[in-house]
Design a protein. Structure first.
Lengths: 147, 147
């Protein structure tokens, strides 16, 4: 099992980051504008990226004190069954986001791509919280040939 | 053992990416302007980031066909002994870069940070190759509180 790890932070209240990850409106502001569903434990969120497809996530945990967790139930075969874990921590003026996409079976080339792309989207999340405007798909930063 | 993985690509000759990683001048264009040393197998390169410190890498492999490998011999304790592996592959018009920073003992918080920061620097590398201008430190994209 191999994981994708990331960490970003900004001078902002924890709740701003939490809402950006825990609500469809927040997610549409930095990941993909095509985000639909209900963000409640046991419910699902659907994220689509035009012709590239997308992912459905089941919500496993939603704790405003600083924890969100999803399980991938629909998407590319390499993603199915993997889990995405978000931790938010207030440290002085900063909120720190610790991100983990865990449970990949093999470190395939697609995992390398997803790691870079997650990093880029987390900087979009940071930008949203800092400036009020992120770079969700289809306005996302391109990293290679298949995005 | 846990690894940091990334993948970027651009419509550019493999040799442009290779030179950006295999020569001090190239590295100074996307990672840190303060890069000194000799890029030959068995020799060392020193990368410095002002007050933040830096890293010394021993060059383990330099193959213009598409492979560069370094061992970290000086730097933060978590980095010492880890290895950084670069693969370059030409695929039609694109050159694809597969990056691995391997041999981390534990998935500590600092590793999360380095993963995001590597992703951001690889986009700087991509930008250098595409446009002739990267974002090396001290002009790098900030991701959190300690960069």
């Amino acid at each position: 099992m191999v994981d994708i790890l990331h960490r970003v932070g900004a001078i902002a209240p924890l709740d701003d980051f939490y809402r950006a990850v825990a609500t469809p409106e927040g997610l549409a502001g930095w990941w993909t504008t095509d985000t639909v569903g209900k963000s409640e434990v046991g419910e699902k969120l659907a994220f689509r990226f035009g012709d590239l497809g997308g992912f459905d996530m089941e919500i496993l945990e939603l704790d405003p004190a600083g924890h969100v967790r999803w399980r991938v139930v629909e998407g590319p075969p390499e993603w199915i069954g993997t889990e995405i874990d978000w931790r938010f921590e207030q440290r002085d003026d900063y909120t720190i986001v610790l991100f983990k996409h865990e449970g990949w079976k093999e470190p395939v080339e697609f995992m390398h791509h997803c790691s870079t792309k997650w990093g880029s989207y987390l900087l979009s999340l940071r930008e949203l919280v800092e400036t009020g405007r992120g770079r969700p798909a289809p306005h996302d930063v391109k990293v290679a040939d298949f995005d």
